[in-house]
Write a protein that binds this ligand. Structure first.
Ligand code: CUA
Length: 318
């Protein structure tokens, strides 16, 4: 497995036409600013040297008002800001979702929660959390909302930012032009767990994506060992199933307070990025979630060592 935390996430390495547009705007703004900085610095240095105090005493000539100079220093910034304004408007238009959704874009419903992301794939019963899979080269149309406070969905290499507002779905588009893992984050302060509200987008070939979707639509496997069976009984009978859905467990629909755990075993991370998904890390997480992710809504359930082993075995079963 590659190092989970070694992937960089940068607006300067765009992997979609939307991110490319934003990156282009950044560089144009950057170079215009550099020219201004160079000009102003040179002008200041020139004047410091040319008009320095040469020990001749007295005041330099006092002048007041110069129409030509005043018009010039108003007109130049106005022209620069007009250019930047027009370029910004064009970029905003270019990163907007198309007015008419093309026939083939993939739709994903994204629901932000304190502090994790829910990804629902309409047309299938696939629901996952924090790790989103998409096919490369396709426009992904995201319907974005929130379950509690305002969050902000941002995967810099794939598109722009967009707020997730409770009761007010926003639409945005992302796209990946090459396969890979793209990191994203919540970009609006939303409470104690804001820093650990990471997004991982897996851009896959169409065939890999379809395989993933088909496998995710399957329920969790039935227990194969006594320990796994014990874990399942604990999941259903204890408090887990009131907050988490897990297809195949037989538990009724939960309150959906926490991530769907049907295919937890297929994910690379736990707690929206706070830990790598290994049996050891999952055991550590279940033993005391708030110690690992301060603010998390999942309490320390004071599970015994045996209960931890059973739950880990069941949840990580493939
Ligand atoms: Cu969610 Cu910040």
């Amino acid at each position: 497995m590659h190092n989970l935390y070694s992937i960089a996430s940068s607006v300067l390495s765009p992997a979609s036409r939307y991110a490319q547009g934003i990156s282009n705007l950044f560089w144009i703004t950057f170079w215009i600013s550099m020219v201004i900085l160079a000009f102003v610095s040179a002008f200041v240095i020139f004047n410091l040297v040319r008009f320095r105090d040469r020990g001749e005493g007295g005041l330099p000539p006092q002048t007041e008002g110069n129409t030509i100079v005043e018009i010039t220093w108003t007109a130049i910034p106005l022209a620069i800001l007009t250019v930047l304004f027009v370029l910004t408007m064009q970029t905003m238009e270019a990163v907007q979702p198309p007015k008419h959704a093309a026939a083939d874009p993939v739709h994903v419903d994204v629901v932000a929660h304190q502090w994790w992301w829910e990804f629902r794939y309409p047309g299938s019963n696939v629901v996952t959390a924090n790790e989103m899979h998409i096919p490369v080269g396709k426009t992904i149309r995201i319907s974005l909302t929130s379950d509690d406070v305002i969050h902000d969905f941002w995967v810099p290499e794939l598109g722009r930012k967009e707020d997730a507002v409770p009761g007010h779905p926003n639409t945005m588009v992302i796209e990946a032009n090459k396969p890979g893992v793209y990191l994203g984050t919540c970009a609006e302060y939303c409470g104690a767990g804001h820093a650990w509200m990471r997004i991982r987008v897996y851009a896959q070939t169409e065939a890999d994506y379809q395989n993933w979707l088909a496998s995710q639509a399957q329920p969790h496997p039935q227990p194969k060992t006594a320990l796994e069976a014990q874990g399942k009984a604990l999941f259903v009978g204890f408090t887990c199933s009131s907050c988490h859905d897990l297809a195949g467990s037989g538990a009724p629909k939960s309150q959906n307070v926490g991530p769907d755990l049907t295919h937890l075993a297929d994910r690379e991370t736990l707690g929206a990025g706070v830990l790598p998904n290994t049996p050891t890390a999952l055991r550590k997480w279940l033993a005391d979630p708030p110690a690992i992710k301060p603010g998390v809504h999942m309490p320390n359930l004071r599970l015994t060592s045996g209960q931890l082993d059973a739950l880990v075995a069941y949840l990580e079963e493939k």
